[in-house]
Design a protein around this ligand. Sequence first.
Ligand code: NAP
Ligand code: HSE
Length: 429
Amino acid sequence: MEKNVIYAALLGAGTVGSGVYKLAGMLSSEMVQKTGACLVIKKVLVRNLYKEREGIPQDVLTDNWNEILEDREIQLVIEVMGGVEPANTYITQAILAGKQVVTANKDLLAEHGQELLTLAENRGVDLQFEAAVAGAIPIIRPLKQSLSASMLTEIMGIVNGTTNYILTKMTEENMSYEEALRQATDLGYAEADPTADVEGYDAGRKVAIMASLAYNSGVVFSDVYTEGITRITADDVRYAKEFGYVIKLVGVAALSDGQIEARVHPMLIPAQHPLASVRDSFNAVFVHGEACDDAMFMGRGAGMMPTASAVMGDVIIIMRNILHDNCGWNGGVAYKKIPVKPIEETKSRFFVRLKVSDRPGALANIAGVLGNNDVSIAQVVQKPSKDGIAELVIITGSVLERHFNDAMVILKGMSVLKEICGEIRVYGE
Ligand code: NAP
Ligand code: HSE
């Protein structure tokens, strides 16, 4: 009997692409049992044909997309190049040509995910993207399928491995920000431009994707409020620890007042909360639903083999679908239009560090401004004064962001205030 073979093309042979090629090789002897067919990666698209690539034979490399698009034997395209273009054009053309697609590209999905899912559905083509959010952790399929009856109200996740690695090293080893970022880059966690990681854009893209799937309403990256970790200092980390918290970069997608909240920012998490123990490049996604209650998913969120594992999981599902003539049901196409709430209308608690003149009445003046703007003080600590300047560390109650911002603007204009050194949101109501 002739052996079933499914031919695929890999777009990209960087960190993830080389991992996918390697894992496909490691799984080759079991592929028939897992799927019913062998997988052959017939072509690998790269920019530079002359770069040394361990384990990938020179004769499969190409820098010509049309060679792949026009090859009718290639049924499956695995896109791990990154970036919006030309990935969007290539995936669109692949779908139009009836090729099934796997992608790990959150930049693209956070902008054009809904258009691509709609096109794939109309064309009866598979478009799978488990690796696009939180690396090896299965979260896309649970959001689309297993949790689709759960009436989700909140998703809170540590969804960027690079920043979690940096914050862990700063907290536990007093490592400098620069050194921790260098290590995260060497380990293959960081994006080609790590600004996307440290400024929260990468996590913001993942929040857009998760919010769209959880609430069945299209959310794009520009809807997501993003604030990164570049302003977090060693002092913030130390004071957070004193108050019993750990600082994490957290992505939130929640439903409140009939609107979607979509935001990424550093957050003080109580040391006993499950997210506080998520260290290094590990990611975790905590969900709450009216029906399912709480659930948490945790695992490696970045890196060569963890990401390749999610990509190859999608490949295996698509191979089965091809063989059973079952392609085209992707789920995830939005059927509602829920507005996204502006960040100023969301509520948070805040940790604020202020440098103030150490003179009688200073604390009362500050407390007065906060009180007049509906900002209640939950905890306050005054550090010993140095050169006539005292440091106040305040944790507020839950407050509308615009009220908090109004209070900060007034404080900045007061002569008693020397500096606002840190403002970080705090977990909880
Ligand atoms: P990478 O190391 O920078 O690799 C990108 C690869 O794509 C390179 O081989 C590059 O070719 C090729 N490429 C880029 N633009 C191309 C173009 N226009 N034409 C042909 N080839 C092109 O990136 P990566 O870290 O593997 O990430 C790939 C994707 O996976 C991105 O969407 C990323 O966001 C996503 N992802 C990454 C991780 C991770 O941990 N790294 C985790 C989850 C998802 P050359 O080698 O010739 O330059
Ligand atoms: N740069 C990303 C991270 C890769 O650090 O999480 C995984 O998406």
